[in-house]
Design a protein around this ligand. Sequence first.
Ligand SMILES: [Zn+2]
Ligand SMILES: [Zn+2]
Length: 445
Amino acid sequence: MNTLNSKGKILIGEEVRVTAARMLEALRREDYIVEVATGSDEFIAKTRELVPDLAIIDFVMPQLQGLNVLKLLQKEVHCSKTGVILCLPRDLQLNQSTLTELGRVDLLLRPFDMRQLVEKVDSFFTRRRRAAAFGTVQEESTVVTEAYKPRLDVDSGRFSLWGTRGSTPTPGARFLRHGGNTSCLSVTYGQDKFIFDAGSGIRDLGLALLNQATRNLHLFITHTHWDHIQGFPFFAPAYAPGFEISIYGAEKFGKDLKSIFRGQLDREYFPVQMDDLNSSIRFRHLDENPIVVGDVKIWWEFAQHPGATVGYKIEAGGYTIAWVPDNEFMMGYTGSPIGITIDHPMVCPYRSMIDFLTGVDVLIHEAQYTNDEYPDKIGWGHSSVSNICLLAKFAGVRRWIITHHDPMHDDAFLESKLNMTRHILALIDHPCLVSHGYDGQTEHF
Ligand SMILES: [Zn+2]
Ligand SMILES: [Zn+2]
């Protein structure tokens, strides 16, 4: 990047390469010049080369030893004006002597997402510009004067992926990193628990819920293909008295939702029947209004997938998550994504889904097939990678987690597929943050 056009020079001290890469990508996208060091020696060497305006240092990594790095940095004469953001775990207790040693630094509490990082960095540079404009070097950075004691019981929202595989579960050594359970997402906000799809991943979620206080559960089904309901017979709260479970789905399933769930528990397939379950279960069909539970709102929109399939959008505490695990966007289009605009005739039928997803904080959406595979699977209800890259672009998505991994795609294949996805996003000039979801992934918001 041209130094003249940059907003500032930043050096990141972070040992976890994946985290460092995400931070680097997020900040470079905001027009900062960014370098990364993964060890103390490298860090100090790079301060001399770069002379950063700002250093972002991970405090607790064992090799890097944040406090030592900070002290070394403060001794570097040419870095006397370098500001510091220290990344600390939310629950870390620091003693008074350490706090005194830290001096004037900004703090960024883990876990943080890339949006919070960019906001913190932007505000640092805004303060610095303001100070320069007023002819003073006085800055408003945090002056640490008393013991820092964050609470462990901070009440925020979180979402967890319990199943990220499509079609059928895939146990086995080649699938360990991403996991083999079929579709299931949970969203927690305050005392409310929302579950999206009941693939085999819902079994682990159910076991975890037995030990939690929440007894009101809201289960939203995108559609009733096996990989979205097959875990329900193994969902422990359904068997436990005291749990109230509301199950929501679209009306046009051919059969109604209740008889499909009841049929799955038919004596021919399973030893326990619906009437034997001890929880209180009720079924609700979706209508045109959003579902409102406390401070959480849930909207839905039809997806392109066999049968009546929907995607959901969840808003909690000002944060919006979209869950669209099965959707064949631009069905039948096998051409290049380069130069395709939102006015293209293949895109027009999908405008309502694009509008639905516009502005979400995180999109959890499939891209099941590579472009080599897709021509043989047209009409199966799943998309090519490049077509969903276009959807992300048209909806202005900044963060995309890919789910519903194909059972034929093992860990090594998925890694290559992710690289390909990033490459395509860059080609169409929409380099959003993209990752592959994995079973057990949890993020706070
Ligand atoms: Zn599916
Ligand atoms: Zn399906």
